[in-house]
Design a protein around this ligand. Structure first.
Ligand code: TYM
Length: 332
């Protein structure tokens, strides 16, 4: 089992990242196999950005991952741009990936919006770099939220197609590894038809790791809901997307099923449910936030962890990259 995943170092970690990815990465540290987690800084430059801000964000995100429980003894943590093999392999794969495959990627459509002509070429080929990210390490399991599933399935197609092209098993076929229940897709607190996201203009739509206890409780209190009491069964939530989202978050945060949460709160309104959810979130996030402060205060330690991770990642990636060059008949 080779576990590989990444996160863009753009701004704050939010509850969607934590439940969909990061906290699942931390529990996978008890499993067999090797783990590589990285800050996808090369992906972060596919849209306009501030260089100084990116530099800060890489450290900030490394601190957030460590505070969330990523343990450098059990996981290799590094910045993508410290391992040139990612960018190199991306080119080799770009010559196998098809325009048609990339054109079907919903995230490109969403991110480029109406202004597709002005989108960077990098934004379009973004999933090819993402494929390189996992294939370089012969990833078998890629723990991500539901929104990244399509990209990982594409990586699988690229791996199969490359192997077929060179008639050799150069790459393992990576598979998305998605959480159960609401963890896979945490929705906005303001509009449950959209996922919780750092690009939502409303800060009230998400819980950030840097939010203090009061902010967490206020955001939950103001989260959109309906006036009905909570039902006894999941079917009763079918037409109630906002309620479903909050019940799902409660389940994910307290490690229970949605049914178990409903059996505790059935018949009660949000006046009772929301304070309980606020408390559960504070118990999860306050200790992570406290550890974040410690890591933030120690840039030297952060840089040392990232340097060591990069070294290990470079060593692991090189043989696969060499094999890919050779399989294509390139001398290099
Ligand atoms: P990113 O940085 O947008 O998100 C990081 C992780 O958080 C998950 N996630 C969510 N899960 C549940 N509910 C949500 N509302 C939610 N929002 C975000 C994402 O699914 C992801 O797992 N392209 C990737 C980064 C990347 C990557 C990779 C991931 C680059 N290379 C290789 C895996 C493997 C991205 O932008 O994720």
């Amino acid at each position: 089992m080779r576990i590989v995943s990444g996160i863009q170092p753009t701004g704050d970690l939010h509850l969607g990242n934590l439940l969909g990815a990061i906290l699942r990465w931390t529990t996978m540290q008890d499993d067999e196999g090797e783990r590589f987690f990285f800050l996808a800084d090369l992906h972060a430059i596919t849209v306009d950005h501030e260089p100084a801000q990116l530099r800060r964000n890489v450290r900030e995100m490394a601190a957030a991952l460590l505070a969330s429980g990523i343990d450098p003894e059990r996981s290799t943590l590094f910045a993508q741009s410290d391992v040139p093999a990612h960018a190199e392999l991306q080119w080799l794969l770009a010559c196998t990936a098809r325009m048609g495959w990339l054109s079907r990627m919903t995230q490109f459509k969403a991110k480029s919006g109406k202004n597709r002509e002005k989108a960077s070429v990098g934004l379009f080929t973004y999933p090819v770099l993402q494929a390189a990210d996992v294939m370089l390490y012969q990833a078998t399991h890629v723990p991500v939220g539901e929104d990244q599933k399509q990209h990982i399935e594409l990586a699988r197609d690229i791996a199969d197609s490359f192997n077929h092209r060179v008639d050799d098993e150069v790459f393992a076929a990576p598979a998305p590894y998605i959480g159960t229940g609401r963890a896979a897709r945490v929705m906005s607190l303001r509009d449950a038809s959209n996922k919780m996201s750092k690009s939502d203009p409303s800060d009230m739509s998400r819980i950030n790791l840097s939010d203090d206890d009061d902010a967490i409780r206020t955001k939950i209190k103001k989260a959109r809901t309906d006036p009905e009491p909570l039902p006894e069964t999941l079917e009763g939530l079918e037409e109630r997307a906002e309620a479903r989202n909050l019940v799902g978050i409660m389940a994910a945060v307290t490690n229970r099923s949605e049914e178990e949460v409903l059996s505790e709160f059935a018949g009660q309104g949000f006046g009772a449910f929301k304070p309980a959810l606020g408390d559960a979130l504070v118990s999860l996030l306050a200790p992570i936030r406290a550890r974040l402060e410690e890591y933030r205060a120690d840039d030297k330690r952060l840089d040392a962890i990232l340097d060591e991770g990069a070294e290990k990642a470079r060593q692991t990636a090189q043989p696969t990259l060499d094999k890919a060059y050779a399989a294509l008949g390139l001398r290099r």
